[in-house]
Design a protein around this ligand. Sequence first.
Ligand code: GLV
Ligand code: MN
Ligand code: MN
Length: 414
Amino acid sequence: MTAKTNLTINPQRLWDALMETAQYGGTPKGGIKRLTVSDEDKKVRDWFKAECEKLGCTVVVDEVGNMFATRPGKRKDLLPIAMGSHLDTQPTGGKFDGVLGVLGALEAMRTLVDMGYETNAPVMIVNWTNEEGSRFAPAMLCSGVYAGVFTTDFAYGREDRNGIKLGDELARIGYKGTVKAGDVKFQAMFELHIEQGPILEAEDKMIGVVTGVQGMRWYEVTLRGQESHTGATPMGLRKNALLGAARMIEAIHQVGMAHLPGVASVGLIENRPNSRNVVPGEVFFTVDLRHPDEKMLDRMEAEYKAALPKIAAALGLELEEKRIWNSPAVKFADPLIDCVREGARIAGHATREMASGAGHDAAYIARVVPTTMIFVPCLGGISHNEAESTTLEECGAGAQVLLNAVLAYDRGLA
Ligand code: GLV
Ligand code: MN
Ligand code: MN
């Protein structure tokens, strides 16, 4: 058993950082709209870089905008221990998804600096570009480039719904670095995050010890029918693309219901021409299927794929469907999970082992470096919502366990 350290983070300072940066893209309803590589994203990146440099950290930006802030350790032969997450948000995002993982890491770093504590290995904070995948699909894009899942050119070529490319936006905001993605090495990564689900709150546990991430697959569907006059086209002679989408959305919902705890969702839909007296001629929508068990996810995919052509044929619609992303289920590294358990024990917090329902940068980083995650509760399990809410105490507990886990890992290197 290792001794308790006196390295205590400052929860109020962490909270102040969360509230200060929440202004970059802050919404009237108290959330954040900070789409990846937007002007608001540039502002929070500039803030983060300046704060890390004040701590004496060296900040490096790689070619896809991932930011790495490093404080040296006692030993030059050791790679850094990383703590990381993302500063981008959903269009109606909350103040904590991703941000807590980066600013919690900053708070841990500030604590190390304040105490003049020298770790064996260097310690690093990472801000991964485009975790959300909301503006540019898919999610976890640039941690994916780091891990070799996607090429840099693939990332640069991702287009938002206005046809703007990620690579061009990175250059525009000044965060297209020159260092090759994957060249900034570290030996382990811990990601602190809100749970985004209801379990910790329901069971009154402060810390989620995360053992893995469920499998996720994304698809895009386009339905083409025929635009025609709503008043003059008899019901039996329509090729209504929106009606097809409605039936498909119901069928996709049923795929989720039939494979619990799997989940199946349609989150984005574009109806064309979207005019009240035109039978819709074209609809685009996205599909998100997830399950902790890859075999069950295969089954969900098969059922989903079988349902669509039948619906399209019955309505005389042309169907275009493709899978655009497949992120297999992930199991995190046991030695790091042990450090999280130890970190929570030292801090005196009750824990619950759990898998993550949401995707995280940690899922891709786990392919190349030992990785794990720490969860804290969020009110009602609500996330991807401006009302997302986590208390000062919970944020502080998460940052403390993050620091404790990093220190436990670092002690193991001595
Ligand atoms: C990313 O946050 C996802 O789970 O879709
Ligand atoms: Mn997140
Ligand atoms: Mn998210």
